[in-house]
Write a protein that binds this ligand. Structure first.
Ligand code: EPU
Length: 339
């Protein structure tokens, strides 16, 4: 296992910002992963496991520890029944290639999550979701190395504590587990309406009435290409903010001033309000702050146009968070994790 020193992390994260890693290594087997983790722990070196870098923000001082790039590959069918196919996916696999593969097998379950950048192992960390599907819907279990206990463990959906763009891996267990593989149960049954509004609209305008995983994938890829900037050309992390979750009384109060405020009922008197809409109302959509552009097609996305430091990003974030707070008295939360 080769360990490199003083590696600029900005080349490994899609926001293209931030300082160096003191050490960096690639692992391509669970055994190598275990070894790298154990070595770091024994030497008292801090650890960070990096996937595709599409949901990670790096600080200007970089990371004074070991960054492990998870390159563990694998795609294995564990079980096949007439109704379901269960697959185990190596954490280092490119997520979209996995989606493509399951779509080619004509399986339903993750096709609406086409085009999400990053690795399969990162998918459970923020319980990725798009166009009406989220990882938790098909998730069976994952294998991970428990860095604290120095042992391989299997965690089911309950153990992972999934909720909207959240899991234990971003909270109480942050830094504890290195994900090795993810097991999903997909369906043979064709996808059925109702579809996410934007997808249905695409079907209507294209006269599509026969629904297969492939047509959903194609629709989602087309919608995404129009709304979300390609991180390879315009550095970004997808949605930079989570949608806001507010209480009924807050919604009632806000709708007195903003009668058209969109909100999705989550039950138990809680509502999800699209943060893109909130930002748009502040007038910031499309504007540039400290080299960071608030995307003109989706205000939830921040694009690094000419920022040169984390400090620039942080200042731009403050402009957006502050404007939403001043206008709506809602404090919006960041989606990508910080290293
Ligand atoms: N909206 C605005 N202005 C904007 C952006 C959105 O008014 O600038 C409104 C839209 O008109 C719509 C609502 O907000 O009524 C929701 O917009 P959209 O369907 O585009 O989805 P989103 O809430 O902006 C979420 C996910 C995306 C996912 C899409 C599609 C989060 C934080 N983001 O975005 O996920 O692709 O739904 O399902 O939940 C990501 O996590 O990185 C990501 C891209």
């Amino acid at each position: 296992m080769e360990v490199h020193t003083n590696i600029p992390l900005k080349n490994y994260v899609t926001m293209h910002l931030g300082g160096p890693a003191r050490f960096m290594t690639d692992v391509s087997t669970p055994e190598e992963l275990k070894q790298a983790c154990d070595n770091a722990i024994t030497r008292g070196v801090a650890l960070f496991i990096l996937g595709g870098g599409s949901n990670t923000i790096v600080h200007d001082e970089g990371f004074n520890g070991l960054v492990i790039r998870n390159r563990i590959l694998g795609f294995e069918v564990l079980e096949k029944t007439p109704a379901n196919t269960t697959v185990r996916i190596g954490a280092g696999e490119d997520w979209d290639k996995v989606v493509q593969r399951t779509v080619e097998m004509n399986l339903t379950g993750i096709e609406a999550m086409s085009g999400i950048p990053g690795t399969a192992g990162a998918a459970p960390v923020q319980n990725i979701g798009a166009y009406g599907q989220e990882l938790a819907d098909t998730f069976v279990e994952l294998q991970a190395y428990d860095i604290e206990q120095q042992t391989m463990v299997t965690l089911n959906a309950n153990d992972c504590g999934f909720s909207y763009r959240d899991s234990i891996f971003r909270n109480e267990s942050q830094g504890r587990y290195a994900i090795v593989s993810v097991t999903l149960r997909l369906y043979s049954e064709a996808p059925k309406p109702p579809f996410y509004a934007a997808v249905q609209e695409y079907f209507d305008t294209h006269g599509i009435t026969l629904y297969t995983p492939q047509v959903i994938r194609d629709a989602v890829l087309a919608i995404r290409a129009d709304k979300l900037p390609d991180p390879k050309q315009r550095p970004n992390t997808g949605s930079f903010f989570k949608n806001a979750i507010i209480e009924q009384w807050q919604l009632d109060e806000l709708r007195k001033t903003w009668p058209s405020m969109p909100a999705y009922d989550l039950g138990e008197k809680r509502f999800k309000v699209p943060t893109g809409w909130l930002i748009e109302q502040t007038g910031l959509k499309g504007t540039l702050h400290h080299g960071i552009r608030i995307h003109d097609k989706n205000a939830l996305v921040l694009i690094n146009e000419s920022a040169s430091s984390y400090q620039d990003l942080s200042s731009a974030r403050e402009v957006v968070v502050g404007a939403v707070r001043d206008t709506f008295r809602i404090t919006i939360e960041q989606e990508p994790l910080e290293l």
